[in-house]
Ligand binder design. Sequence first.
Ligand SMILES: [Zn+2]
Length: 299
Amino acid sequence: MLNIGEIAEQPAPAMAGDGPEKLSARRTSRFRKYRKVAAARMLLEKSPTGKALLKLARHLKITIVPDPQLKTAGVFYPGENKIAINPSHSAADMATTLVHELRHAWQDQHEISEGPTLTPRDYILMVRATEADSEAISVLVGWELKQAGHGEVLAAHLESSYGDISRKFLNEMAASGNLKMALRSAYDQWFAKHGRIDGYNSDGIRNMEERLDDHIDAMRAKEVFPLSNSELHRLGEMPLGGNYLNTRPSRNLLSPEYRAHISPAHEKRLCDLEIQIGLRKPPPPPRPLFTPPYRPMPR
Ligand SMILES: [Zn+2]
């Protein structure tokens, strides 16, 4: 894992024309970025679940770095074993983002993630399910931090565009006091906002289009299998034990509610992908319009 102190000490590369003041300013800003990531990590250490996720990151030798160029709050790069966090956000938001991305790392380690061995529609469901799970675990850590005297993380989540999820979690906690049921309702709530779903459909479809050859190869090698309910259930394993997706009564994780809300434009691109991969027959060419032979009308 990245040693924050060491990196912060490294001077930024010198550029022609840089005076000592400029170098020093760059060094300071670089140090500030790493310090913000280190602060988010220190905050997570105060939550039992956050602590367990950081322990896993150390075990997997995952590098956690700030990246001010990110268009999103954070990213987990499975191939590079790296998490990048946008340091322009508040410390509370960065802590939530870090949990979210650490959970993606856990999903990747347990091979519960989207890939070419899934059909395009199962791929979309897997993207949604892993996002819903990452967000539910982020809320859990926010809630644990509140118990430890750091209510600012959960408060920031409630104010964010994902606030409906933390609100649902808190409502269920107030009603039943059952942590697993609260997490399950947070998971389910992820699927309730159509705008959120649409954005992730878009990302998922674009990823499949960019890696079309991998999907075609997997299909040819007969390595595409339908997603099962039990496979998705593994997502609910909590870092400190137990499974929040095993609550009763429980909706089947493959049920149509979890697959709903695909825009006509996305539906068309999904059908095209299915045709290109070989899961769907191309539509027959349009038949020429029938034109009746010309017969002069009798006068
Ligand atoms: Zn995510």
